[in-house]
Design a protein around this ligand. Structure first.
Ligand SMILES: [Zn+2]
Length: 282
């Protein structure tokens, strides 16, 4: 699942291809992935050279940016395209005459410029919004502070957590809840809990405001240190023993204490959580 840092890197990769460019064909599908059908060829993007879904054709892309796990494309006429990749989404770039590597019916969003075709396959969500209304819209209120924003203020994080969630919600679910703060995905969830020495099923009610703030401060630090590209690193000790503390290290010795790392499905969505039973006691 793409994490906040992935989306920021993605925005950086897409930006030179789209910012300032005029769209000459557009394909936007806002129904969620999973409801897609193997549509007849006549509905597929390449079958129609004059597609203009969403009224984007002929307009310039003003800005490409990420917020939390959402990628935003802002158009000059005041339209904003928001996309969320979810578990299965990804972006491809093609030459205008190049054959796509995935079937067209899996495309959630495709944008043609003079030079490139950018296709987002299998997005969890694609939404067309008006810039003027989004500034005050509920969407922004629903998203917690973006941990990758330079001015991210962690002050309101504990309050948001207690406002949105019950005291018995475990930390694995708190960290993944994008309303509290946005950017943490499944990898950072495990890593942050390990670094902060918290049992994954410790409840929100048993966690103090300052403990919450320090968990999110660590998450922010790790996300920021991974913006540069290259493999994800949460353990900055160049001893060849690993660049992640626990994630995907099931059965291997803990890099702090030697106990075998466990993986358990935990929380509301039963997502894999890697942890050390000796370092992260309840
Ligand atoms: Zn350990």
């Amino acid at each position: 699942m793409p994490e906040g840092d992935t989306i920021h890197k993605l925005a950086a990769a897409i930006r030179p291809r789209l910012e300032g460019k005029t769209i000459c064909q557009a394909w936007v599908r806002t129904e969620p992935r999973g409801t897609f059908k193997r549509g007849p060829a006549s509905t597929a993007p390449a079958a129609n050279p004059f597609l203009d879904h969403g009224g984007l054709v002929g307009h310039r892309v003003e800005r490409v940016y990420a917020e939390g796990k959402h990628l935003f494309l802002e158009f000059e006429q005041g339209v904003l395209v928001r996309s969320h990749l979810g578990m299965y989404g990804d972006w491809h770039r093609y030459q205008p005459d190049e054959r796509w590597k995935k079937p067209e019916w899996q495309a959630s969003l495709a944008l043609w410029t003079e030079q490139d075709v950018l296709v987002c396959f299998n997005a969890k969500e694609v939404e067309l919004l008006e810039v003027a209304t989004i500034r005050h819209a509920s969407f922004r209120c629903r998203l917690g502070p973006d941990l990758l924003a330079l001015d991210a203020d962690l002050g309101p994080v504990p309050l948001r957590a207690r406002e949105f969630l019950d005291a018995n919600v475990p930390l694995v679910d708190v960290l993944l809840d994008q309303r509290i703060a946005s950017g943490i995905g499944n990898v950072y969830k495990s890593e942050v809990l390990f670094v902060g020495r918290k049992h994954p099923l410790r409840t929100l009610g048993k966690t103090s405001n300052s403990e919450l703030q320090s968990l999110y401060a660590r998450a922010r630090d790790l996300l920021r240190r991974n913006l540069g590209g290259g493999p994800r690193v949460t353990r900055f000790i160049p001893d060849g023993r690993g660049s992640l503390w626990v994630y995907a290290r099931r059965g291997q010795p803990c890099l702090r204490c030697g106990t075998r790392i466990r993986v358990d499905r935990m929380g509301r969505d039963m997502r894999s959580t890697y942890w050390c039973p000796a370092c992260q006691v309840r």
